[in-house]
Ligand binder design. Structure first.
Ligand code: IPE
Ligand code: IPE
Ligand code: MG
Length: 233
């Protein structure tokens, strides 16, 4: 089976999962953490070297304060509890997004967790936190302009790979497969440039219900796709 090198997941549907059970939205997010662990296990089992998870978009700050605070503390707790699991499984943690805008203690914990796992290569787990493609592009353009001023880049020779090397994803291959759960058909500001030739798979399953067998189904669909890259069969 043709397996993707990089799978990226838009983990959606926690709120609807909770609503169906008359629980708080936060209870849905809490349950979603179990699915995060299952996705990591599935990636390892299927020998996928890069897994990227969209956990918090730049637009998600516009949710009620209580939900945002709850999400931040769940993220903090996840990192505290699961660092051991990352180390045991030789998983390198990376992030994309403006992590310096997260709560100070969480930012510090992220930086430390990344340092402690930087030498691992069994799986590269990238979490998109306070991420939006549009913000990522703004940040890349600013870096390029700065380098132009310092004469370390020549704009006449600007190529797409040069631009890509200024994105948050500079050390990652482009995603081959983007999975979105909860039956929505949109990218919501996620890896817009990087997914130029990604295969997109949407699952009706709400994220807290998404398990290893759903992950495998997505891989099976991917294996059936013909990637043409603008050429013909
Ligand atoms: C995805 O679930 C998790 C985050 C965006 C943080 P949602 O919270 O978006 O769940 P729905 O879409 O409201 O069901
Ligand atoms: C996308 O889900 C962001 C994450 C999964 C973190 P949203 O629920 O925020 O997206 P929209 O608002 O439905 O497009
Ligand atoms: Mg949603």
């Amino acid at each position: 089976m043709d397996t993707p090198q990089h799978v990226a997941i838009i983990m959606d549907g926690n709120g609807r999962w909770a609503k169906k059970r008359k629980l708080t939205r936060l209870a849905g997010h809490k349950e979603g953490i179990n699915s995060v662990k299952k996705a990591i296990e599935a990636a390892i089992r299927n020998k996928i070297p890069y897994l990227t998870l969209y956990a918090f978009s730049s637009e998600n700050w516009n949710r009620p304060k209580e939900e945002v605070n709850g999400l931040m503390s769940l993220l903090h707790g996840f990192l505290e509890k699961e660092l051991k699991l990352l180390i045991e499984n030789k998983i390198q943690l990376k992030t994309i997004g403006r992590i310096h805008e997260l709560p100070k203690a969480t930012h510090k914990l992220i930086v430390e967790s990344k340092e402690k796992t930087a030498h691992f290569d069994q799986l590269t787990l990238t979490i998109a936190l306070n991420y939006s493609s549009q913000n990522e592009i703004i940040d890349a353009v600013k870096r390029i302009i700065q380098e132009e001023r310092e004469s370390t880049i020549n704009l006449e020779e600007l190529t797409y790979p040069k631009i890509a090397s200024h994105l948050d994803t500079k050390d990652l291959p482009d995603p081959d497969l983007i999975i979105r759960t909860s039956g929505e058909y949109r990218l919501s500001n996620f890896l817009l440039l990087q997914s130029a030739y990604a295969e997109i798979y949407t699952s009706p399953i709400l994220w807290p219900d998404f398990n290893q067998s759903h992950f495998t189904t997505a891989l099976e669909h991917f294996a059936q796709r013909e990637r043409r890259y603008g050429k013909i069969s």
